[in-house]
Design a protein around this ligand. Structure first.
Ligand code: ZN
Length: 348
């Protein structure tokens, strides 16, 4: 009730000022955001810097070096501090095996978009600030000795928004993985499609999905890892197309934002709405994996899929060449059937 009342008041104030021609629309939105309640997103620090880091969840101070050694997971309460794409690649890929792809793809600002700032200026500023060219890093490398194609979104770059460069880089990554028969892992962290690229950003959803479909037809494994936050067009496309969908604990995952839904429905949503835990209950996510267990879990899943695929091909080949009576015992002995039962997989 109170939030509705304050919302109406701010609209009234803004309308009065606008009618006197004092406040442009963008300033009104900026003021409204400043005066509104601090969202859960904005409360989170980007990444720890300095010697000490105060946990956003429990408030306990941790020595940054120890926190990093624990993959930026609070040693006290298990809160997952947001990490950038470089740190994530370091956590998942074996040392000296990472080969980045398409490092120099840049957006051309085809719509000449301008809000309070020109999109081209915003891009340049963000590139200088983050050292990234756009909001995703892609490449191939070894994960505990297994070759994988990995894409990591970076929330620092314009909220990890999906523009044409993000779409193109991920599509090329998936196509390379299909060609080389690699499993694909995409670590998602995004506010959704990049509005500054309009329809071009929305088209990326279809493009990546089509590439993933060809990867699927080749019977290869795709695992998206949903981190905090995964929203909008990313959730509506490749984040939800995985064979096995993993999420980090307490990650916010959804399409429209919580506040938008509450204002539309005029209802208060439950506290756990759009959390990884809620999505797990409703079957949108297959498992919640703590960051400290992520690399090991990914290795197990990829190994099991390879065992199963190999077993499947072996069975097909043997079925043609040998008598069927000896096959079933060999499949059981190899563990492929057990793996399939344990994870509920079916060969696609
Ligand atoms: Zn904590």
């Amino acid at each position: 009730m109170s939030s509705t009342r304050s919302c109406n008041t701010s609209i009234k104030m803004a309308t009065n000022k606008e009618s006197r021609g004092l406040m442009p629309l963008f300033d009104w939105f900026a003021n409204r955001q400043k005066s509104g309640p601090i969202s859960r997103e904005r409360q989170q620090p980007e990444i720890a810097d300095g010697l000490w880091n105060k946990c956003a969840a429990c408030g306990v101070l941790a020595y940054t070096k120890e926190l990093r050694a624990n993959q930026m997971v609070c040693l006290e309460c298990g809160y997952h501090v947001r990490v950038d794409s470089d740190e994530r690649i370091h956590q998942l890929i074996d040392a000296n095996t990472w080969t980045p792809l398409d490092e120099n793809l840049r957006s051309e600002d085809p719509l000449q978009f301008r809000d309070r700032k020109a999109y081209s200026d915003r891009l340049t500023e963000t590139q200088e600030k983050t050292g990234l060219v756009d909001a995703v890093q892609t490449g191939e490398g070894q994960l505990e000795g297994l070759p994988v194609a990995l894409g990591v979104m970076d929330f620092r770059f314009m909220g990890g928004s999906m523009g044409s460069v993000v779409g193109e880089k991920l599509t090329r990554l998936v196509e390379l993985a299909t060609q080389k028969r690699y499993s694909v892992i995409i670590v998602c962290a995004s506010g959704g499609a990049r509005m500054q690229e309009g329809m071009l950003s929305l088209m990326q959803m279809a493009k990546i999905s089509a590439a993933l479909d060809r990867h699927r037809e080749a019977q290869l494994l795709y695992i998206p890892v949903l981190t905090n936050p995964t929203m909008g067009g990313v959730t509506a496309s490749f984040a939800m197309l995985g064979d096995i969908i993993l999420a980090e604990p307490k990650a916010t995952i959804g399409f429209a934002g919580r506040r938008v839904i509450e204002q539309t429905l005029r209802e208060k949503l439950p506290d756990d709405f759009q959390t990884a835990e809620d999505l797990l209950c409703h079957g949108f996510v297959d498992a919640i994996v703590p960051r400290t267990q992520l690399k090991k879990t990914l290795k197990q899943l990829i190994s099991l899929h390879q065992t199963q695929t190999t077993t499947h091909h072996l069975v097909q080949w043997e079925a043609m060449a040998l008598s069927s009576s000896s096959i079933s015992s060999r499949v059981s002995a190899s563990g492929g059937v057990e793996a399939q039962r344990a994870f509920g997989w079916a060969n696609r």
